[in-house]
Design a protein around this ligand. Structure first.
Ligand SMILES: Nc1ncnc2c1ncn2[C@@H]1O[C@H](COP(=O)(O)OP(=O)(O)OP(=O)(O)O)[C@@H](O)[C@H]1O
Length: 680
């Protein structure tokens, strides 16, 4: 620190250095200091990837091919070099159905009973024919046949209801699990994923999964069992004809087995494209003004249409293979029927088989159409489900902030003295980028106001992200009070901090709900005070339902300045230990900016304030100003000392503060720190 109170920054030598062995350590928990968290909940186990998920599909392996915000990030056109969409395993699919195994077992039994009722019908037909031939009474077999038909219909109806109810439950569990995880995704993960694609996994992929995990499984198992049952009944009639039938069906089975995996791959591709449509729409609708202002509707439409077309093309491939499987399955029955008719006819001609036996056998061959179509339909559904399971599991395995729910935040004493914030040798690098922070060290004394200034890209916002544990430093420590924040659960760190970002969003709900978003127990007086100090009371008077007016996307639209004042009021109501303001007054008019500047200065007595400012006029009276440059601390001091000692700060001050002043005042004003903006 020199005479003027300005210290030229020297990077510390004792800061933690990145461990080259931990390639992605910057987005990981910090080993031993990270709090222990319980294992995954029941639904999380379903969402987690199965052991056979290829490592390349696991979420903890960075996949730099998907980056949000680029025109090609989620478009199918860009997928030429991208790895194929993940497909899931049958074991994983069965895992979704496992919690409902009792209902599914009952459903299977009902399905079997319905099938058995069909299975015995040829026998009844044979008995009726034999009795007609013998001149006996057909009343009993006809009555039994009718009873079986009615019972079969009833069981089928009951079964359909059970299966659909279970399907809905499966999809609800999958969606709840995904929603739970996606909302807790780490910021690092959100930064590299397209939200629209993640949303499609909840809305679209889960729908495919739901029928596969119940109807698909039951159809397949039932198909296998009734198929076996029919073969057994056929064996009781004529083993030779059974052999002929099996020969035909085996050849067909081989063909179908080759086709099925192609359906699964096509569905995975189609679903990935549906996700890409979601990604394009999410980006385009979210940036609607920019898109329209740039006349880019056509380009964005084409990008979305490309994704739609890709989904269509993949869907067509899947549909073609499904149709092929159905056709081959149907043809198999016809072929088996003709072959059995020919061979069986010869047996009848040689008196080694009766006509009624041949008719019964042929009826079984026709009956086989049912299990075969169930097998074919069930297998196709399973393949579709598998295409979706891979994407669901991939989303379910993305790294989340699991310490958010795991630990109950400790109580912070309401009247505790504001803590100091101390950064020591903090380094950070975004994946695949040059270092954003290179050994940053400075201390913000408790209850004071420190401003971070510097050119664009210097690392100011990144520093705020680290302070809130959105990202983890590659090296160095950050302490709030006497605690290293790496040792605190994220929920606790964030409870101590209130953050007002550059473009603060309005959350769904009323103005009151927005204000009390994180301070539901604030009193009426505190609410009124927050409204008054942020000058929102004027807005309140204009709103039709006052505090209970819905605001945001489905309510009254607030201006940028109103949004910022709302965000500041929300932050103040939380009564934080540390207040982070990222250009929080940039959208305000001069009068409101000055008023809020004074408010922030007063607030500093109750909490420790760090603010990012491009407009130096808002921070000339800060207790301390930290000048960042290329991720490093260039200088620390007060406005006056920095104007004297730091070239970059002096340049910023000269261009910003004095541009509007007469030339003869500039030199003296720069050194005294007065300006047109902040002069008394
Ligand atoms: N999510 C991200 N992924 C990759 N790189 C990033 C990300 N966010 C920021 N960066 C990069 O890190 C560097 C520091 O960015 P940061 O936003 O912290 O700068 P800043 O000083 O806040 O800039 P500004 O004043 O323009 O807001 C920049 O080079 C930026 O491109």
């Amino acid at each position: 620190m020199n005479d003027n109170g300005t210290s030229k920054h020297r990077p510390p030598t004792d800061g933690r250095r990145p461990d080259p062995a931990q390639g992605t350590a910057h987005v990981q928990d910090r080993g031993p200091t990270a709090p222990k968290t319980p294992g995954p909940g029941p639904w999380e186990r379903h969402l987690a990837p199965s052991a056979d998920t290829p490592s390349a599909e696991r979420a903890d392996v960075p996949s730099p091919e998907r980056r949000p915000g680029t025109l090609t990030d989620a478009t199918p056109k860009s997928e030429g070099a991208a790895p194929p969409p993940p497909t899931g395993s049958l074991v994983a699919l069965v895992g979704y159905a496992r919690p409902h195994w009792r209902v599914l077992l009952l459903s299977l039994v009902l399905t079997l009973l319905a099938s058995v009722s069909g299975l015995v019908q040829p026998k009844f037909a044979q008995a009726i024919l034999d009795r007609l031939d013998d001149g006996g009474s057909v009343v009993t077999p006809v009555a039994l046949l009718a009873a079986f038909l009615v019972a079969g219909a009833l069981l089928t109806g009951l079964n359909a209801w059970l299966q659909q109810r279970t399907s809905e439950r499966v999809v609800r569990e999958v969606r709840r699990g995904l929603v739970h995880r996606l909302i807790r995704l780490r910021v690092a993960e959100l930064d590299r994923r397209a939200p629209g694609d993640l949303i499609a996994r909840v809305t679209s992929d889960s729908t495919l999964l739901k029928s596969a995990a119940t109807e698909g499984l039951i159809m397949t198992v039932n198909g296998v069992l009734t198929f076996a049952g029919a073969l057994f009944m056929m064996a009781t009639l004529d083993a030779r004809l059974l052999g002929v039938t099996l020969l035909v069906l085996t050849m067909v089975g081989v063909v179908i087995t080759v086709i099925l995996p192609r359906i699964k791959a096509a569905v995975a591709r189609s679903q990935a494209s549906v996700g890409a449509v979601g990604a394009v729409l999410d980006r385009t609708l979210g940036a609607a003004r920019t898109v329209k202002a740039n006349g880019a509707e056509g380009r964005e439409t084409r990008t979305a249409e490309d994704a739609v077309d890709e989904a269509y093309a993949a869907g067509l491939v899947g549909a073609r293979y499904s149709a092929l499987v159905t056709m081959v399955g149907g043809a198999a029955i016809q072929t088996a029927f003709l072959v059995v008719l020919g061979v069986g006819g010869t047996f009848v001609a040689h008196h080694s088989m009766s006509v009624s036996e041949l008719i019964a056998f042929l009826l079984y061959v026709f009956f086989l159409a049912s299990p075969v179509s169930q097998l074919v339909g069930g297998a196709a559904q399973l393949q579709q489900g598998l295409g979706a399971v891979g994407r669901i599991q991939e989303a379910g395995a993305l790294p989340v902030e699991d310490d958010i729910d795991a630990t109950e935040p400790a109580h912070t004493p309401a009247h505790a003295a504001p803590p100091a914030v101390e950064l020591t040798g903090v380094e950070f690098t975004y994946p695949g980028r040059a270092p954003a922070l290179r050994g940053v060290s400075f201390t913000v004394p408790g209850g004071t106001r420190t401003a971070l200034v510097g050119l664009s890209g210097a690392g100011k916002t990144t520093l705020f992200s680290l302070l809130q544990r959105f990202y983890e430093p590659t090296a160095g420590t950050i302490r709030i009070g006497d605690q290293d924040i790496a040792a605190l659960p994220r929920a606790e760190v964030r409870r101590r901090i209130a953050y007002v970002e550059q473009d603060s969003p309005v959350m769904a709900g009323t103005l009151r709900e927005n204000l009390l978003y994180a301070a539901p127990s604030a009193t009426r007086e505190q609410l009124a005070e927050a409204l008054a100090v942020t000058r929102l009371d004027g807005l309140l008077a204009r709103l039709p339902q006052g505090l209970d007016t819905p605001v945001g996307p489905r309510g009254v639209t607030l201006s940028g300045g109103e949004r910022q004042r709302l965000a500041i009021a929300r932050a103040l109501l939380r009564r934080p230990q540390v207040l982070l303001l990222d250009e929080a007054t940039a959208q305000l008019d001069a009068r409101n900016e000055q008023a809020l500047g004074e408010l922030v200065a007063r607030t500093a007595g109750r909490c420790t304030v760090l603010l990012i400012a491009h407009r130096l006029s808002t921070v000339t009276d800060a207790d301390q100003i930290v000048v960042l440059e290329h991720g490093d601390v260039r200088a620390v001091g007060t406005h006056h000392s920095l104007v004297d000692d730091d070239d970059l700060y002096r340049e910023l001050a000269a261009t910003q503060l004095l541009a509007a002043e007469p030339a003869e005042h500039r030199v003296s004003a720069a050194s005294t720190g007065t300006s047109a903006v902040n002069a008394p």
